[in-house]
Design a protein around this ligand. Structure first.
Ligand SMILES: [Zn+2]
Ligand SMILES: [Zn+2]
Length: 155
């Protein structure tokens, strides 16, 4: 008996089988799962699914800034603006500041360490530290295969 397990959507106590989001652990009773297809097909709640998508976009945008534009940092507001546009262009979706913030947190950005306040009005700057760079892979299309070529191999 699972004592007191409740559906995270409708709050009903669960006595039969249920679905659980593999990411945040949110529980869905069968009828709520019926109305939320992503929990059944992908095993994550719609919220976490959207965060995945947002993460892909944010990573792409940051990777471009870090590896192509060789930036060491960028204003938070600028990054958000570029990410919002990318989300709209690629998926026709809105990227909310909340979701954006959650992705930044997941990527390891932290206040005072890699999110610095600058100026009197407190504009915030994202710092692309080596830790952050480690979490963000270079843009796709980087030649990975070259690792297999050994220029020192003797014939
Ligand atoms: Zn429910
Ligand atoms: Zn979830």
């Amino acid at each position: 008996m699972r004592d007191g397990l409740k559906c995270g959507v409708c709050g009903r106590e669960i006595h039969e089988s249920y679905y659980r989001c593999g990411e945040c652990g949110k529980v869905y009773c069968l009828s709520c799962a019926e109305r939320n297809p992503t929990i059944k097909s992908l095993g994550v709640c719609p919220d976490c699914e959207e965060t995945y998508e947002a993460e892909i976009i944010v990573k792409q945008v940051l990777a471009k800034m870090i590896y192509e534009e060789k930036l060491e940092g960028a204003p938070l507001s600028t990054v958000l603006k570029v990410c919002k546009k990318a989300a709209k262009d690629e998926w026709g979706q809105e990227l909310s500041p909340q979701k954006f913030g959650r992705v930044l947190r997941d990527l390891g950005f932290r206040e005072k360490k890699t999110i610095k306040r600058i100026g009197r009005r407190g504009a915030r700057l994202l710092v692309f530290s080596s830790f952050i760079k480690h979490k963000i892979p270079p843009p796709e299309g980087e030649p990975e295969k070259q690792e297999q070529l050994n220029p020192f191999k003797s014939g």
